[in-house]
Ligand binder design. Sequence first.
Ligand code: 3PY
Ligand code: MG
Length: 258
Amino acid sequence: LNGALAPRLRQRLDAGETVLVGWMSQAEPALCRVMARAGCDAVVVDLQHSAMSRDVMRLAVLETIRAGAAPVVRAPYADANTLGSALDAGAEGVIAPMIDTVAEARALVRATKFPPLGQRSWASEPVSSTWGLTPTDLLARANDWTVTFAMVETRTAIDNLRAILDEDGVDAVFIGPNDLSIALTDGREVNPAGAETLRACEAILRAAQAKGKHAGIYANTLELARRYRDMGFRFIAIGNEAGMLMAGARQAVDAMRP
Ligand code: 3PY
Ligand code: MG
């Protein structure tokens, strides 16, 4: 691997480091660079709730790598095509929403890991050139250095959690606390700070830890981000670029028009 550009996300998680994640909700690759330069360790490029094309996603991944952060892509559901093209583009991790069953977890692994774990389809470019890997190295190392996150954000996922975690190739869970709170209140409210949702988040984290898997989560507020860190989450999304822009712009407007 060529020095500065070596993938490091998996290694950092394995070492127990806290990975701070900037979340990109808009289709703007240049802002990934800003998020990385601000000090985020990883940048999630969200294709589930954005209008981003594959071309834009690929540029977002490259901008993130160039600015020194780990690129992670959230696919729209466990869509094998999107997961594959994210990894082909050089993503160090992929996040698949709403993984509720063992069958869905298996399909996720199938799309994101080479045999014997799965059946990721081979493409050595552009991932080899981006990371300076020979095709032989890529094949030998990709399963270990890419992090496959299964999202836990429903009651069904909680019911099946142990079996999902038992799947080789599911490296980590990622909690969507907004959807989870909606599920746990039967659609009454979206509130990640609710007591039942917080208890569920901690229980999911402990289940992942017990199986030696990593656990990440999306934080709506910095207060929640700190709380998740204190619980033991080590891959924490600390906000999205649209929300940060809104907060900064509002502050500036308020300062000028008190
Ligand atoms: C959720 O909170 O439901 C998420 O998917 C995080 O973006
Ligand atoms: Mg969600």
